[in-house]
Ligand binder design. Structure first.
Ligand SMILES: [Zn+2]
Length: 52
């Protein structure tokens, strides 16, 4: 995935890809320190921080 979730969501990604998005975030391991978004993989976030 070239773009981060942070960026995708701003570009109306959720409107057409909600199911895919849910798969990406349902077991989050990282949180974005800038946006508060969560994801399973750190490369999906712009400022990832591992959640303990
Ligand atoms: Zn972010």
């Amino acid at each position: 995935m070239a773009k981060t979730l942070c960026k995708l969501v701003k570009d109306d990604y959720l409107k057409d890809n909600l199911k895919e998005y849910i798969k990406l975030v349902k077991e989050p391991k990282y949180i974005c320190k800038r946006c508060g978004r969560v994801a399973e993989k750190e490369e999906m976030l712009c400022k990832p921080k591992k959640m303990e």
